[in-house]
Design a protein around this ligand. Structure first.
Ligand SMILES: Cc1cc2nc3c(=O)[nH]c(=O)nc-3n(C[C@H](O)[C@H](O)[C@H](O)COP(=O)(O)OP(=O)(O)OC[C@H]3O[C@@H](n4cnc5c(N)ncnc54)[C@H](O)[C@@H]3O)c2cc1C
Length: 394
C-alpha cells in the first residue's frame, strides 16, 4: 500500500501542500528552484515559518517540541516541501546537536538551547574536523584544560560550515590523553561571541563562502556547557555522525524534485536536430536515474521508520549517504549537460546578485556543490570501510 491509498495521509499531504502554497516566498522558491542553496537568511526565515506552524522539528518527539509525526508523515512533508521548492531545513542544530541535547543534556541545557533551535533563533555550527583530523577524527588536538568552573579551550577547527553565521558551536575537544585516543574526548557547547574565537571564511569550488576555519585561543567555557560526561564525547559524537548520515534518508524526496527540473530543462533544450527530451540516449540516462532515485526513496523511508522506532540502523546510514551523494552528483551533472553551454554562465565570486540569470547559474552551482557530499559527514571511502566492516563483516 502506498501512503496515498490511505485517506489520513492524503489529507495530510493536502494540508502540507496548502501550507507551502501560502508560505513559501517567491524569492525563496525561485532560488531553490534554480539549484542554489538558500541564503542563511532564507534558511532562518523558513525555519521561523515552520516553527510558527508547530512544524519546526518534524523528526523530534512531541515532548521536546517536535511534531511526533510518523515516518510516512515526515516523508510526505519532505516530498511536498521539495515539490514547493522550499529549502531543506538547516540541519546542524535541528538534526545533530538537538537530539543529542534532548537525549544526554541536562535539564538546564535543554531549557536553554532547544527553544532556540526550534525557532531558528540560534544557528549552530559543528566543530569537529581539524587539520590532520578529518577521517581520523579521534586524532583531534584542540585541548580543553579544566580551570575551576571553566574549561580553557585552545586549538583550531577546519571546514566548520557557516561558523561565520553561527552564534553557537558544538565542539569536540581533548580533555585527557588516554591510550585509546577516542577515550579522552569531550563534547562542549560554546557561545561564538566568547573572547578568543576567530572565524575565517574561505571560498569553495562553487564560489561561495560557506566553510570556515575557527581558531580558539584560551577560550573560557563554563563547565556547565559540557554535554554528558567528561571523556565520553566520542560516543555522543558517533551517534551524531550516524544521524548525520541517516539524515540523507529524507533527502531522496529532493532528488525526485531535481530530476523533474532536469526533465523541464530538457523539454526546452535541443540536441541539434530535435527536442532533447525526445533523444533516446538522454531518455535512457534519465530513466536509469529515475529508477535509482525511486529505490533510494524507499530505502530512506524504511530507515526513517527504524529511526523513529529507535532501532539501531547501523551501517545503513552509510549505505544511504554513499548512494545519495552519487545520485546527487549524477543528477546535477545531467542537469548541466542538459543546459549545455548555458550552464557555463556561472556567477563568479563577488558578482552582483542577478548578473547571471538564476536558471542558468544555479545548475552549475548545484553540480559543483554536490562534489562536497562525497566528502563531508565522512568521505565515501570511509563509508565503504564502514559498510565492509559492519555490514559485510570483512
Ligand atoms: C564543504 C565542507 C563542509 C564541511 N563541514 C564541516 C563542518 O561543518 N564541521 C566539521 O567538523 N567538518 C566539516 N567538514 C569536514 C569533513 O567532515 C572532512 O573533510 C571529512 O571528514 C574528510 O576529512 P579530511 O578532509 O581531513 O580528509 P582526509 O581524512 O585527510 O582524507 C583524504 C582522503 O583520503 C581518504 N582516506 C582517509 N583515510 C582513509 C582510510 N582509512 N581508508 C580509505 N580512504 C581514506 C579520504 O576518504 C579522502 O578521500 C566539511 C568538509 C567540507 C569539504
Amino acid at each position: 500500500m502506498t501512503p496515498d491509498q490511505n485517506e489520513e495521509y492524503r489529507a495530510f499531504r493536502q494540508e502540507v501542500r496548502r501550507f507551502c502554497e501560502q508560505n513559501v516566498s517567491d524569492a525563496l522558491r525561485q532560488r531553490v528552484r534554480s539549484g542554489l542553496r538558500a541564503t542563511p537568511e532564507g534558511f532562518r526565515q523558513w525555519q521561523g515559518i515552520l516553527f510558527h506552524q508547530g512544524w519546526g522539528a518534524p523528526t523530534w518527539p512531541k515532548e521536546h517540541g517536535g511534531t511526533g509525526w510518523s515516518p510516512v508523515q515526515i516523508h510526505i512533508f519532505e516530498q511536498e516541501t521539495a515539490a514547493a521548492d522550499a529549502p531543506p531545513q538547516f540541519h546542524q542544530g535541528l538534526e545533530l546537536i538537538g537530539p543529542i541535547l534532548f537525549t544526554y543534556g541536562t535539564e538546564e541545557q535543554k531549557a536553554r538551547y532547544l527553544p532556540g533551535i526550534l525557532s531558528g533563533q540560534d544557528w549552530w555550527c559543528q566543530g569537529y574536523s581539524e587539520p590532520q583530523a578529518g577521517s581520523d577524527l579521534a586524532g583531534l588536538r584542540t585541548r580543553a584544560v579544566r580551570d575551576g568552573d571553566h574549561y580553557v579551550v585552545t586549538g583550531q577547527k577546519l571546514w566548520t560550515s557557516y561558523a561565520h553565521e553561527a552564534n553557537r558551536m558544538f565542539c569536540l575537544v581533548r580533555t585527557s590523553d588516554e591510550s585509546r585516543k577516542q577515550d579522552g574526548i569531550s563534547l562542549l557547547l560554546i557561545d561564538m561571541d566568547t573572547p578568543g574565537i576567530t572565524v575565517r571564511p574561505f571560498q569553495t569550488l562553487d564560489e561561495q563562502a560557506h566553510v570556515t576555519e575557527v581558531f580558539l585561543d584560551a577560550v573560557r567555557v563554563p563547565v556547565s556547557q559540557l554535554v554528558g560526561e567528561e571523556g565520553r564525547g566520542w560516543s555522543y559524537g558517533k551517534v551524531l555522525l550516524d544521524r548525520e548520515r541517516a539524515l540523507t534518508a529524507t533527502l531522496g524526496a529532493r532528488l525526485s524534485r531535481l530530476l523533474e527540473q532536469v526533465r523541464e530543462a530538457a523539454r526546452k533544450a535541443s540536441d541539434g536536430s530535435r527536442n532533447l527530451y525526445q533523444n533516446p540516449v538522454f531518455r535512457a540516462k534519465l530513466a536509469q536515474l529515475e529508477i535509482e532515485v525511486l529505490a533510494i526513496e524507499q530505502m530512506g523511508l524504511r530507515m526513517l521508520a527504524d529511526n523513529v522506532a529507535g532501532v539501531d540502523t547501523g551501517p545503513r546510514g552509510s549505505m544511504l549517504k554513499l548512494r545519495w551523494s552519487e545520485l546527487l552528483q549524477q543528477t546535477t551533472q545531467l542537469w548541466v549537460e542538459t543546459l549545455g553551454y548555458d550552464a557555463s554562465r556561472f556567477a563568479p565570486a563577488g558578482s552582483a546578485p542577478g548578473s547571471v540569470p538564476l536558471d542558468q547559474s544555479g545548475p552549475m552551482s548545484a553540480y559543483l556543490h554536490s562534489r562536497v557530499t562525497s566528502i563531508y559527514g565522512g568521505s565515501n571511502e570511509i563509508q565503504r570501510n564502514i559498510i565492509a566492516r559492519r555490514a559485510l563483516g570483512l
